[in-house]
Design a protein around this ligand. Structure first.
Ligand code: SF4
Length: 370
């Protein structure tokens, strides 16, 4: 398959690993921002192939994982209302709220539907004029353009029964929060290639120079990830802190300007809570004032939500690179993909799910127990 198989070529992977080994002389901690990259690293065993000097920690770039518990509980409250058709990407249905998930709401008779695009939710609203259709608009900069388009489409169709429950988050403020923490361990970043395909990487040079950390825009196939690691380690070894693009086949410095324009037409910057991490200033998007008529939080009375997070879950520390999933006492025992206590065990991009599925250390321990 073009642009896939050649980036999984075993000979080239080993050559890239050899080049990283020749480059590294001392320990470095790198964070891959995106959960998709975490899964690729674990799936292809790249963490096992890298020299021991390089430690990879896993960042907060999993939209399902960082959607705040309050928003999940609001989604559950809205989806339980009889006049509502609640639409969402599939991953969100199993994410635990304080006491249940969207699957439980559906099992109890709620009309909860999985859609593959927010525009499908708009169509559902067109076909069901006597029902309220709500779309759970979560995600990073990657999903924001399509989610924004759904609002513009609903407005141009004059739909009065469509609204969005918005929980958008942005990468650069999260990088600031991680790097300015007194507990920070991250010395270099692999930036998320798909986010940069939309936003470009013009926001990153000030971060690299302020905190003196190299940042490499990185893709998702094994060779993409190794190229990102190589560029980052090379910078660290040479004492540089610049932004380099290891994913030029998809990313330009400016990014997708029309997509950025649609985002800014529909969304305004706001403070946002991240699940397990807390509030990060100016780290999210909400609807622009003139579009608040499409805001599900305003349309439904769901402001008095009391949340209850599992006291065992350390996902917030994992998403800041302070702990690894197998540091969690509940990992693989009380918390599994079938019985998740936190969102990072549910999402297809969650670090805990990646370790559960691919970690050779964990799989070996399970094998020994049999
Ligand atoms: S293993 Fe489960 S309880 Fe532990 S951090 Fe991950 S999601 Fe939370």
């Amino acid at each position: 398959m073009k642009y896939i198989q050649e980036y999984r070529d075993a000979h080239l992977v080993h050559a890239a690993i050899a080049e990283i080994r020749r480059t590294v002389t001392r320990p470095w901690v790198l964070m891959e921002i995106c959960g998709g990259q975490t899964h690729a690293i674990m799936r292809y065993g790249l963490d096992q192939l890298l020299p021991p000097e390089i430690e990879l920690v896993h960042g907060p770039g999993c939209p399902v994982c960082v959607t705040p518990l309050e928003l999940i509980d609001k989604a559950l409250a809205i989806a339980s209302q009889p006049e509502v058709i609640f639409t969402s990407y599939g991953d969100m249905l199993r994410v635990p709220g304080s006491d249940r998930d969207l699957f439980s709401v559906r099992a109890a008779g709620g009309d909860v539907r999985v859609v593959y695009s927010p525009l499908d939710a708009v169509k559902i609203a067109q076909h069901n004029p006597d029902r309220q259709v709500v779309f759970f608009a979560i995600g990073f900069e990657t999903t924001a353009p399509a989610n924004a388009m759904s609002v513009l489409q609903a407005r141009s169709l004059g739909l009065k029964n469509f609204s969005v429950l918005v929980s958008h988050v942005c990468v650069p403020p999260a990088m600031h929060a991680i790097l300015s923490s007194p507990y920070n361990r991250v010395q270099g970043f692999l930036a998320a290639g798909h986010v940069c395909a939309v936003m470009g990487y013009w926001e990153y040079p000030p971060i690299a120079s302020l905190y003196r950390v190299p940042i490499s825009v990185t893709g998702f196939e094994p060779l993409d990830i190794l190229q990102g690691i190589l560029l980052t380690v090379r910078q660290l070894e040479e004492g540089r802190s610049e932004v380099e693009n290891a994913y030029p086949r998809a990313v330009t410095f400016e990014g997708n300007r029309p997509a950025q324009a649609v985002i800014h037409q529909v969304f305004a910057v706001c403070d946002r809570k991240w699940r397990g991490i807390g509030e990060i200033p100016q780290s999210g998007w909400r609807l622009q004032s003139e579009l608040l008529g499409f805001d599900a939080e305003q349309r439904f009375a769901v402001s008095e939500i009391q949340t209850r997070e599992s006291p065992l879950c350390i996902a917030g520390q994992i998403l800041q690179g302070l702990k690894k999933p197998d540091d969690c006492p509940a990992f693989g025992a009380l918390c599994t993909p079938q019985t998740p206590l936190g969102a990072t065990m549910v999402s297809s991009e969650g670090a805990c799910a990646a370790y559960y599925r691919y970690s050779t250390k964990y799989l070996r321990e399970m094998e020994e127990l049999r």
